[in-house]
Design a protein around this ligand. Structure first.
Ligand code: CMX
Length: 438
């Protein structure tokens, strides 16, 4: 058994016992109540999932294994004090709950490099799609095609013991994570560049390799990708992409299927697609005023366009959140990055003005429970600044990163033998009759 698996096995055995004790001693303990408002309101706020990798606080934002983003900057391995946390360390922490050493990060990095060869038919499956296919269609098709290598699926067919499910799940998740930057950058190079594929550099870390294979090779671009992969990695279990992957995995679909299903959820405009929407919407604002980014817009003009967007019945992309009730720390991390490395970018300037204008307007309208920006409000402007102009690709980048959290959780789902998810549903008449009978 390799080193990381050994660590996981030791930890996992203790957690299995903890879960068994909980079920034995406290199975009937009530943790929450469910109202009709909850059921008809997308189950907001109802505690009903077990997620070990991270927890979202509505004011402080995401914590990976108890660590906030600023704390993670302090504890996770980086190449230097000015550097960004490395994805290998993020995954190690999400998976094991332990802060890795640089040696452990290097172990993970080399392991992923060795696992990074993508079966040729994955590329052929992507190529077979029509030109009109969106990057997320290509990406999820690629992931599904990669499922032919699933060890979990093969071993489950020949009859695997339940307590051993986690082992082949681990192998699948590791192989999948290792291959995702190769698949995603293939899509990027074919669709938005000269079509020439760039080979993985075995000396680079996972995030920098993603940048490299997309065609970005400066140290600052590597930093951008490391930061981006770090902040998007996980957001507890109830968001659409994480919950979908967990749900599909609960039917013992293999990790490739489970994660691909999550990615199809991520593609929705209220979730990961919002990072594209922000740029599309800002461009539409400039078009409305017939102005270029360089010419800029005044605070008043931006304010009026925000009001117009709401009057037209649309949402302001990048603002609001189902859980958060403050500015998303992932927004702040990106803003700090821009303040440090980017000077005089007109689009980033617009994003900063929006941060001044939008919360007040949303508060005044009184509808959105959270008027503050989420992660998507900033990410597109940074990616565009560094030359990733084709914003319909942004959700794929978000998706690659999300594999770190979703993948780690899938391993735990199988380790803890979490059962198939099957909540109860009722008809509208049932709810009405129930309400009338009370
Ligand atoms: N602009 C305008 N109206 C908004 C709004 C926004 N940014 N955010 C919420 N509202 C509205 C909702 O549409 C809803 O209106 P209706 O009652 O007419 O349906 C009302 O305010 C209450 O919504 P809420 O409880 O505050 O928010 P939800 O939990 O229902 O939805 C979210 C959360 C993210 C879907 C919503 O804030 C939104 O649509 N934001 C814009 C899209 C976006 O940025 N999504 C990315 C989220 C991060 C991620 O998952 O990746």
């Amino acid at each position: 058994m390799d080193y990381i698996k050994q660590r996981l096995f030791e930890k996992g055995s203790l957690m299995r016992a903890q879960l068994q004790d909980l079920l034995k001693e406290s199975r009937d303990l009530i943790v929450d109540e469910v109202t009709i408002g909850n059921v008809l309101g997308g189950m907001r706020g109802v505690t009903s999932l077990l997620t070990v990798t991270s927890k979202l606080d509505q004011y402080e934002g995401i914590r990976y294994r108890g660590f906030s983003l600023p704390e993670l900057y302090k504890v996770l391995p980086r190449y230097n004090t000015e550097g960004e946390p490395l994805a290998e360390g993020v995954f190690y922490l999400l998976l094991t709950g332990e802060v890795p050493t640089m040696e452990e990060v290097e172990y993970m990095r080399k392991d992923w490099v060795q696992r990074s060869e993508v079966p040729e038919h994955v590329f052929r499956a992507i190529d077979a799609l029509p030109k009109t296919s969106k990057p997320m269609t290509r990406f999820s098709t690629g992931i599904l095609a990669a499922a032919t290598q699933s060890q979990f699926q093969k071993q489950h067919r020949v009859g695997l013991r339940k307590e051993d499910y986690w082992d082949s799940t681990y192998e699948d998740v590791m192989n999948m994570i290792a291959q995702l930057p190769v698949i995603a950058s293939y899509i990027y190079r074919k669709e938005f560049c000269d079509g020439e594929v760039i080979a993985l550099d075995p000396n680079l870390d996972w995030s920098a390799n993603f940048a490299h294979m997309m065609g970005f090779n400066s140290e600052e671009e590597f930093k951008l990708f490391r930061m981006y992969m770090f902040i998007h990695a996980d957001h507890e279990g109830g968001n659409v992409s994480a919950h979908t992957a967990h749900l599909v995995g609960s039917a013992l679909s293999n990790p490739f299927y489970s994660y691909a299903a999550g990615m199809i959820g991520l593609a929705g405009p209220l979730h990961g697609y919002a990072n594209q929407e922000v740029i599309r919407w800002i461009k539409s604002m400039y078009k409305h005023y017939n102005r270029t980014f360089e010419e800029g817009l005044s605070e008043e003009e931006i304010h009026d366009f925000v009001e117009k967007t709401l009057d037209d019945g649309n949402v302001i992309p990048g603002y609001g959140h189902a859980v958060l009730r403050a500015t998303d720390p992932r927004f702040i991390t990106q803003k700090d990055f821009a303040d440090k490395y980017v000077q005089n970018d007109p689009l980033i300037h617009t994003v900063n003005i929006l941060y001044k204008v939008v919360p007040a307007v949303l508060q005044e309208r009184g509808k959105a429970k959270n008027p503050w920006p989420n992660v998507d409000a900033f990410s597109g402007s940074l990616l565009l600044h560094y030359g990733i102009k084709d914003y319909i690709f942004y959700t794929v980048m978000f998706g690659v990163s999300r594999a770190l959290g979703v993948g780690a959780q899938l391993i735990w789902d199988r380790f803890l033998s979490l059962p198939i998810e099957r909540p109860n549903s009722q008809t509208l008449d049932w709810f009405t009759e129930y309400a009338n009978s009370e």
